[in-house]
Design a protein around this ligand. Sequence first.
Ligand SMILES: NC(=O)c1ccc[n+]([C@@H]2O[C@H](COP(=O)([O-])OP(=O)(O)OC[C@H]3O[C@@H](n4cnc5c(N)ncnc54)[C@H](OP(=O)(O)O)[C@@H]3O)[C@@H](O)[C@H]2O)c1
Length: 287
Amino acid sequence: MERIFITGGSGLLGSKFPTITHDYEIITTYNENPKDNAVKLDITNEKDVLGIIESLNPDLIIHSAALTNVDYCEDHHEEADRINAQGTLNLVKACQKIDAKFIYVSTDFVFDGKKGMYKEVEKTNPLNYYAKSKLKGEEYIQNSDLNYLIARVSVLYGWHTNFNFVTWVINELKAGNQINIVTDEYNSPTYADNAAEAILNIYSKDRGGLYHIAGDERINRFDFAKNIAQVFELDETLINPILSEELIRKAPRPMDSSLSVEKAQNHLDIKLLNTKEGLKEMKKVIE
Ligand SMILES: NC(=O)c1ccc[n+]([C@@H]2O[C@H](COP(=O)([O-])OP(=O)(O)OC[C@H]3O[C@@H](n4cnc5c(N)ncnc54)[C@H](OP(=O)(O)O)[C@@H]3O)[C@@H](O)[C@H]2O)c1
């Protein structure tokens, strides 16, 4: 049985892999938040990264760990680089010592958001430091001789111990709280379980290069929140439309970083879900 080593196993996306397949031996890692059956690894420690990769000798490394707090990264450039760029380089170097494929999970934020529905061939231009550090990770991989695939996802959502946009909206609406959501920022919200399944599916086809593995829909946050309320049968009148200029946030966001998933969809056997489809799948988990 092939062995897959997954960083960020305590995170939203990384935690999904062991739940969706029995076809592979899956080994996941955590850093600060222990998770059952996961191995402790700080990806900034080059020696530990090499030691664990050489001893486990996986067939595939899926690198999902990252410092994902966009506003925190804006104030902590050195830490963002250490984890998102240098941490990725440590994994690249370790992967080069063994004969494994490398899949790196990246972000729609590598684009400046002036256009939207970005294809894989389009020029990147990150607006914030989080995205700059993630793009450095992409470049380390592209400049290596690894057999790699870069999977860019967008606004991940799903059940997890930490809040994401969907679980936060559900929580607020259940509590009867009014929430203000922007109407002018567009993404391609990605159901984490669907992304994990798609990443394993594309791996099984031995594809390489850049892929946008995201939700199959360009949607603004306000409409996404409305969809959440509708699918989870919550009070959508509690959701108020606002403009992004009314929000005070440290890091600039792209206005429209939606991703075209046409290339991935042509190569996958499974469907990349739109928000209603993803939310319905998410709801089924608790029914
Ligand atoms: N969330 C989104 O909306 C979004 C959008 C686009 C792209 N992405 C990308 O998708 C991937 C998965 O995101 P996610 O939302 O699932 O992440 P997440 O829930 O924020 O989890 C981050 C993971 O990274 C681990 N980590 C952080 N620092 C580490 C370090 N120094 N050494 C080892 N592990 C470390 C964390 O471990 P501990 O918690 O145990 O410390 C955790 O498992 C990331 O690469 C992210 O950049 C995410």
